[in-house]
Design a protein around this ligand. Structure first.
Ligand code: PMP
Length: 286
């Protein structure tokens, strides 16, 4: 039997149902989903899942794409067209399709996808009759910031917060009050004694390629450096604060949470590092 999927108002053959490559679900995991169990062709716990969907969308500031009643029609129609009696119906709503930029796009309609699939109820009954096994693992959701994953929703929310405060970047702070990194950059200071500092690379930050290149330049320049975390307070007291990334090179930050850094202008170390980084990157670019 051929399966059918709903994509933004259109029912399409499952194999031909597509979303745009710049959909924010694909680019940033910037979306939410719900799954209803289908029993005898009807949706179980309809209101509970719908309420959670609304909550998830509201929390992320994603537009509610249609009323609960309209969505129920789409879900049921997808179930009907797929002739699912027992199974699951899956709904995904993303913030929509827009040119890639962490901060929220404006005037973009959410993407809505619905699929349905059959499950063999006898299989579930057998499993429940026998009982099933489980294992344990540390809860690392999502502690692996060293992996350059597209699961960027926390980064997206941080960048949006920066945008809404008229800031360029949002620096992320861990439970000890220490800065980990920026939402899409690595963070650095020149501390009050003139020493460069950037956080050591453990699982909690991305190993920035620009960071690594700048580390080498710092050595070549004979500057003092320590790979050690710094607090928000230390950042505010620092002579200089800056971030690095392929998209920003070396970018001086002149204020943090409204407090001026140093004299409120780009400092000499960040300015020099930007210059030498750009020179070297230009020379070595292939
Ligand atoms: N941290 C995060 C979370 C990032 O997304 C990026 C940019 N990709 C960076 C740091 C900087 O990495 P790079 O210098 O490799 O661009």
């Amino acid at each position: 039997m051929s399966r059918v999927a709903y994509v933004n108002g259109v029912y399409r053959p499952h194999g031909e149902a597509v979303v745009h490559i710049e959909d924010r679900g694909f680019q940033f995991a910037d979306g939410v989903y719900e799954v209803w169990s289908v029993m005898d062709g009807r949706l179980a716990d309809f209101d509970g899942h719908m309420a959670r969907l609304h909550r998830s969308l509201t929390e992320l500031g994603i537009e509610i794409p249609m009323s609960a009643a309209a969505l129920a029609v789409v879900l049921k129609e997808t179930v009907r067209r797929n002739r699912v009696l027992d199974g699951l119906v899956y709904l995904q709503v993303t913030r929509g399709t827009a040119s890639r930029d962490h901060a929220f796009p404006v005037d973009v309609a959410p993407t809505v996808v619905v699929t349905a699939k059959r499950l063999d109820p006898a299989k579930g009954r057998r499993a429940a009759g026998n009982g099933v096994a489980a294992i344990t693992r540390p809860d690392i959701r999502w502690g692996r910031c060293d992996i350059k994953t597209v699961g960027l929703l926390p980064n997206v929310l941080a960048k949006q917060a920066a945008r809404e405060s008229g800031a360029y970047e949002c620096l992320l702070v861990d439970e000890l009050g220490l800065i980990t990194e920026g939402s899409s950059t690595n963070a650095w200071i020149v501390d009050e004694h003139g020493k460069l500092r950037t956080r050591d690379t453990q699982a909690n930050i991305l190993r920035g390629i620009t960071r690594a290149a700048v580390l080498k330049l710092i050595e070549a320049e004979g500057l003092e450096l320590e790979e050690r975390a710094f607090s928000v307070e230390e950042a505010k007291r620092a002579r200089e604060l800056f971030v690095t990334a392929a998209s920003a090179f070396v970018m001086p930050l002149i204020s943090l949470d409204g407090a001026w850094i140093g004299d409120g202008t780009p400092g000499p170390v960040a300015t020099r590092l930007r210059e030498v980084y750009l020179e070297q990157a230009r020379r070595e670019a292939i």
